[in-house]
Every structure is written in C-alpha cells, then in structure tokens.
Design a protein around this ligand. Structure first.
Ligand code: SF4
Length: 201
C-alpha cells in the first residue's frame, strides 16, 4: 500500500539522535527546517552543539517548536553521549542497558529512546507513537491503552526473531499510514485494510 520507507532520513548517525529529540511533538517537515538551521551553523556534532551558546542554539532549531526546551534537551543528550564514550562504548551495551541509559537523560522519554535504539543503534525494538495507538485501536488490536511498555513488549513478542530492519520498516509504515490514510478523519475508501478494520467508515 505504501512501499518501502527507507528510514531514518539523516546524513550521519549522530543526526538521528538529534532528529529524535527535535521530532518530539512536531511534524518531520519542521524537523527538517531545524536540522537545516543547525547545518548552516555547523552544529550537527555533540562537541559543536555543546560549544554553541544556548540561546543561539534555540534560535537555530526554532522551526521544531518548544525550541528552548529542545535546546536544553539536545545539550543534555550531547553531554551524556560524550561522557558515555560515544558510539564505540554505547554499542557494547545490551539493548535493555542502552534503553535505561538513554532514559536517564533529562528530556529523553520512551518513544525518543526507542527511536534512537532502532534507527541509530539498529536494535530490534518496536517504537510506539501516537500513530501506533490510533491505528491499533481502530484495527481492534488493543482493547484499551495498557501503556507504552505493554504495547512495545506485546508487538516484539508477536514477532519473535524479527530484526532491526523489520522494526525500522514497521514503525516507518505506521507513521506513513497514519499521515496519509488513517488520519484523525480517516480516508478508509483508499485503505486496503478496510475490509477487516472494525473502524472502517
Ligand atoms: S480502514 Fe480506515 S480506520 Fe481502518 S486502518 Fe484503514 S484508514 Fe484506518
């Protein structure tokens, strides 16, 4: 229905971490503008972000919204990343330990941590976001909102042995489906799931 997504759109691996913070509560089109602002300033590496004056950093990412908060969160993430030893050291952690380490960063919640795990560290992790809840609820796959961890673990258990590529594509396609068809006002007439979807209209 939607074709391969080929996520995550980024020029470097570290950009995925930056994008995961910038995309909190905003559309990707706004993140692209914020990333362009950072690129223009040469602030796309942890060292340069930490060296940047916070007010100027916030101004550069203004299009992503909540820019003062996100500037602080970016700096928290960069500080943690460098102190932890960067990719070479973090790659050695198992997925559970790496998730806990990410969640210890002020401003990194479960969705952001799991975005980073699957897209920057290629770990087989299911990312739960607002699109996931909406689509799964409409398809009758969840009776009630049991919580982020329960849904994540449930989907991972339902796909034993699935690799990071699988979860990468699954999350990307859910986001695309939620954007294109399963919108707040869904376009069910164009959806191939309409014959089995209890919420089809
Ligand atoms: S049939 Fe409609 S409500 Fe169901 S998944 Fe498709 S777009 Fe969403």
């Amino acid at each position: 229905m939607h074709g391969p997504a080929g996520w995550w759109p980024a020029e470097t691996r570290f950009e995925i971490l930056i994008g995961a913070v910038l995309t909190q509560n905003t559309a990707w089109s706004n993140v692209e503008k914020a990333l362009a602002g950072l690129r223009e300033c040469g602030w796309l590496a942890p060292e340069t972000i930490l060296d940047a004056p916070e007010a100027e950093l916030a101004a550069a990412i203004r299009p992503s919204g909540y820019f003062n908060i996100k500037a602080r969160r970016l700096r928290n993430l960069c500080r943690w990343f460098l102190e932890a030893g960067g990719f070479p050291a973090l790659e050695r952690l198992d997925t559970g330990s790496l998730r806990e380490a990410l969640l210890s960063v002020n401003g990194v919640g479960r969705e952001t941590a799991d975005d980073i795990l699957v897209y920057a560290f290629e770990r087989p992790v299911f990312v739960v976001d607002a699109y996931t809840w909406r689509i799964f609820e409409r398809l009758g796959l969840i009776a009630e909102r049991a919580g982020y961890e329960a849904l994540r673990a449930g989907v991972e258990a339902a796909a034993p042995g699935a690799d990071a590529d699988f979860f990468n594509e699954l999350h990307a396609l859910l986001v695309i489906h939620g954007n294109r068809l399963c919108r707040p006002k869904p376009l069910c007439g164009a959806c191939t799931l309409r014959d089995t979807c209890p919420a089809a209209s």
